[in-house]
Design a protein around this ligand. Structure first.
Ligand code: TIU
Length: 225
């Protein structure tokens, strides 16, 4: 058990029943020439989350916590891509079009892959998801149930889109979701702040928010104990 300083209240977590879920830290969102940039965003805004995420990932691996990575994207035939998603907005390139990192948001393309700093290692499940939420049309729930997981430490991008959707899905499924604030980022700094505020408001209506430093120091105390 670790005692984590969090908002709206401290929380005790059994690390054996906890998974670290890293949402969509893909080149398509973090690097120029990918999906995020085609939507008109400044992708450099997401960089801030990489180093805190890397530190939490290293600590989780050392502590033997289950680590799960997710990737948003679609199969090359795009049978799993809703036409309403593909046609949305006025991006410079649409999902499936060829960009500098291969076809935008398509599995197997360089842009779809996870950034090198956070690359999965053998044994870490990688969940490919067609939607924003990591539970929708994936086997994430089954993997977590099989491991007896009750708590999710959530990192990734973007705070108000795939992180928030996944936390809301997880909360309704009975998981305690703890979002690591500095391990998440948005193309809109104000949405990052509000995305976190929405989770922890009303007594933690969707979950808890904590900083990576709070988690790392709580884990350090546990390892030293
Ligand atoms: N992973 C994720 O958040 N997908 C998005 O499309 N995010 C945006 O902010 N666009």
């Amino acid at each position: 058990m670790i005692q984590l300083v969090a908002e709206p209240a401290p929380i005790g977590i059994d690390l054996k029943r906890t998974a670290l879920v890293i949402i969509d830290m893909q080149r398509d969102f973090l690097e120029p020439g990918g999906f995020g940039e085609t939507l008109g965003n400044d992708v450099s805004l997401l960089k801030a989350a990489v180093e805190p995420c890397r530190q939490v990932l290293a600590a989780a691996r050392k502590a033997g916590i289950l680590v799960i990575h997710t990737r948003e994207g679609h199969s090359p035939d795009m049978n799993d891509a809703p036409p309403a998603k593909v046609a949305r907005g006025a991006p410079s390139k649409r999902i499936g079009d060829v960009g500098p990192m291969g076809r935008i948001l398509i599995q197997g393309e360089p842009g779809h892959d996870i950034i090198p700093e956070l690359y999965p290692i053998a044994g870490e499940p990688v969940i490919d998801k067609p939607g924003k939420g990591a539970f929708y049309a994936t086997n994430l729930g089954l993997i977590l149930a099989n491991r007896g997981i009750e708590n999710l430490l959530v990192c990734g991008v973007t705070t108000e889109v795939c992180v928030n959707t996944t936390v809301r899905e997880g909360n309704d499924r009975g998981f305690r979701c703890i979002v690591l604030s500095d391990c998440c980022a948005s193309y809109f700094p104000e949405f990052h702040q509000m995305g976190l505020a929405m989770i922890k408001a009303q007594g933690g209506i969707f979950g808890w928010v904590a900083g990576s430093k709070q988690l790392l120091s709580a884990m350090g105390r546990e390892l030293a104990a």
